[in-house]
Every structure is written in structure tokens, then in C-alpha cells.
Design a protein around this ligand. Structure first.
Ligand code: COA
Length: 161
């Protein structure tokens, strides 16, 4: 069984993340979405909220599951028996950071490779931060996040839903 770990902050999950996941589940037998409990970014959603929002979106995908981790991503991946980490690439601007992260992870565990999938062009310009910013200013975000996530964002920003 070929297992992959898809790590991220997912604050919150977007259609961009789900696009990457839908393609990863075709390539691997099992994909574990690993929500980072610690992040160098301040998160809007708690760890359990980020996991619950993801859980709702993946419930129909048989070979995907949501988990969380702290510490090194490669340590978590090794414990899961994963052979790969999945990362989405949106634009050239992602490349330098992702290249550095992938090489660092490879040094930390030479048995785990990073597999990059190109984000669908419709979502190549979005990020969780941009969506949060737009939502906080009452901008429409329904094109970028599933309805449950939109609702959760609007609740966070205290709007009537
Ligand atoms: N479509 C749309 N947006 C996407 C996307 C896609 N396909 N893929 C990523 N993004 C966005 C995210 O929404 C996020 O936006 P934000 O910065 O506005 O929140 C941004 O791209 C990148 O976030 P994410 O994918 O969550 O990655 P990250 O850079 O926050 O890294 C970890 C998260 C968990 C992978 C990383 O911090 C990590 O590995 N931490 C553990 C410690 C470790 O092992 N470090 C490495 C060795 S030192």
C-alpha cells in the first residue's frame, strides 16, 4: 500500500487544497491529510475546527483521512508508513520556499520524497490568508471555499448568516 501525507496549516481548507487532494488520492492508495498543530502563522481556526472543516469535505473520499501532528512533518510521515509528502504548487513564487522545504525534509528523512502537484489554474492565485482577508471585508468567497467553510468564516467575522 502506497501511503502519502498531505501536510499543511489548512486555515481554512480551500478549493485549491481540495483540488490537490482529489488528484493525490488517484496516485496513492491512502492519503493522510496532516493538519499542523503548531504553525509559524497565527491561525484563525483552532486545530479541531480546521480538522472538522476538512473532515466534512473529504467524507466521500474513501482513501483519504484527516489527522493532526506536531513536530517534524517527516517524523509524522514515517510513523504513518508514508513514502511521500504531497505539496501543491501555485506559481513560481511558491517554488523557492517549497524547494527549500523539500530538500530539508529529504535530508531529515531520505526515504520520504516530496511530490508536487500543480494547482488548477482557477485556484492558482488564492491562499487561505487572501480568502480570510476578503471574508473579513465582506467580499464574496463562495468561488474559493466550500459552503461550510464560507459559513464558518462568516461566523468568525461575526456576520449574519
Ligand atoms: N491552493 C490554494 N492555496 C494553497 C494551495 C493550493 N493548492 N496550497 C497551499 N496553499 C496556500 C495555503 O492556503 C497557505 O496560505 P496562507 O499562507 O495564506 O495561509 C499557503 O499556501 C501555504 O500553506 P500550507 O500549505 O499550509 O503550508 P505552510 O507553508 O503553512 O507549511 C507545513 C505547513 C506544516 C507543511 C510546514 O510548516 C511544516 O512542515 N511544519 C512542520 C515542521 C517541519 O517539519 N518543518 C520542515 C523542516 S525544518
Amino acid at each position: 500500500m502506497r501511503i502519502a501525507v498531505y501536510p499543511g496549516t489548512f486555515d481554512p481548507v480551500t478549493y485549491g487544497h481540495l483540488d490537490i487532494l482529489q488528484r493525490a488520492v488517484v496516485l496513492f492508495d491512502r492519503v493522510i491529510i496532516a493538519v499542523a498543530s503548531e504553525s509559524n502563522k497565527e491561525t484563525l481556526f483552532s486545530l479541531s475546527e480546521r480538522q472538522e472543516l476538512l473532515q466534512e469535505e473529504i467524507k466521500d473520499i474513501n482513501n483519504a483521512e484527516v489527522s493532526s501532528f506536531s513536530g517534524l512533518t517527516v517524523n509524522f510521515a514515517r510513523k504513518c508508513g508514508a513514502v511521500a509528502l504531497i505539496r501543491g504548487l501555485r506559481a513560481m513564487t511558491d517554488f523557492e520556499y517549497e524547494f527549500q522545504l523539500a530538500l530539508m525534509n529529504k535530508k531529515l528523512d531520505p526515504n520520504i520524497d516530496t511530490v508536487f502537484l500543480m494547482t488548477k489554474s482557477d485556484y492558482s492565485f488564492i491562499s487561505s490568508s487572501a480568502i480570510k482577508w476578503a471574508a473579513s471585508l465582506k467580499g464574496s468567497i463562495s468561488e474559493f471555499v466550500p459552503p461550510q467553510v464560507e459559513k464558518a468564516l462568516l461566523q468568525k467575522y461575526n456576520k449574519n448568516v
